[in-house]
Design a protein around this ligand. Structure first.
Ligand code: GLU
Ligand code: ZN
Length: 317
């Protein structure tokens, strides 16, 4: 289907990379960005960026740094990166649309209640079982008052009518994921990741999402919301992760994991690309151009890559 459309020249692939600007990009982020970039460029498509910075923790000076990291490797992008903290009215509008359709309800559950609920029998792990879904107006008024007395407000959830949804991932194949009444807007007023991700993928014309496989569990909810908002869901390409030496997802605390730290340890960008290429099962490459020449999603390794980070010189005693 995709190939036919490409052959007819009527379809432009639009891929994206959507980091949270909480610091410099690390090897895991960069490897995912490189695969997304290669997928888009290989088909002559567009590659757009988006900074997911609605959470206060991601409001630092890191956007420029992340752009510089991508550029250092040779990853380029089309147009101006979208910055979510500047897009409030778009989210308000989409939220109002769902509200007007009766698809939104208030949730008064505290974090503690939610963790107790999560362990209840008959609820798939990680799913919200709809505690606040069918409350009467009187019950709602009472709960709202109780929260207000503690200086808090309700969260807002999507009223869904599916429990699971099956989709195909280009790397991990057919998957079935949970569609619960997930949060659209948190009790502090911040719109949720799932909600703004869908609104923005549609707004940016993204038709292929490439990201770490840790987000496979979000696809069913996001597909569902795309349908509800009248947008066509993108195709999904989840990619293996970079792990630390304990087998956990790589993080900043794991040693030298950013380009700058690696450079301090004598590892230059060309070697980083070399590690990416070989860890994904491709022939060695020193530049993203060479990487692109060998890139083939069908033959990409599906295994996570364990990376033992050197200790940066600045952190050595
Ligand atoms: N902002 C997310 C992250 O940095 C990625 C979300 C996505 O690609 O959908 O992990
Ligand atoms: Zn609730």
């Amino acid at each position: 289907m995709l190939l036919t459309l490409l052959a007819e020249g009527s379809f432009t692939l639009v891929g994206r990379y959507a980091p949270s600007p909480t610091g410099a990009l690390h090897l895991g982020n960069l490897r995912t960005a490189l695969i997304g970039w290669a997928l888009a460029r290989q088909s002559g498509g567009r590659f757009v960026l988006r900074f997911e910075d609605l959470d206060a923790r991601s409001r630092g000076p890191f956007r420029g740094l992340q752009l510089a990291d991508l550029a250092t490797l040779g990853i380029d992008w089309d147009g101006e990166p979208l910055v979510q903290s500047k897009c409030h009215s778009r989210y308000e509008e989409a939220f109002a649309q769902l509200e007007a359709e009766g698809m939104v309800y208030e949730c008064y559950c505290s974090r503690r209640e939610l963790s107790q609920i999560a362990s209840a029998p008959h609820t798939p792990p990680g799913a919200y079982p709809g505690h606040c879904r069918d409350l009467t107006p009187t019950e709602r008024a009472w709960k709202r008052e109780e929260l207000a007395a503690r200086g808090r407000g309700p969260a807002f959830r999507l009223r869904t009518n599916e429990q699971t949804l099956t989709f195909t991932d280009a790397v991990y194949g057919q998957q079935t994921g949970i569609v619960d009444d997930f949060v659209l807007r948190r009790s502090d007023g911040v719109f949720s990741y799932n909600f703004v991700c869908v609104v923005d993928d549609a707004y940016q014309g993204v038709n292929q999402v490439c990201r770490g496989r840790d987000l496979l569990s979000s696809v069913a909810r996001q597909n569902y919301l795309h349908q509800l908002l009248g947008s066509t869901p993108p195709t999904w390409v989840h990619v293996p992760l970079v792990l630390n030496d304990k087998g956990q997802r790589l993080a900043k605390r794991d040693g030298a994991v950013t380009l700058e730290q690696l450079r301090e340890c004598g590892i230059e960008s060309a070697q980083v690309i070399w590690m990416f290429a070989t860890s994904l099962g491709f022939p060695p490459a020193n530049t993203v151009k060479e990487f692109l020449a060998h890139f083939d999603l069908d033959h990409m390794s599906r295994e996570d890559w364990r990376f033992t980070a050197p200790v940066p010189l600045s952190a050595q005693p």
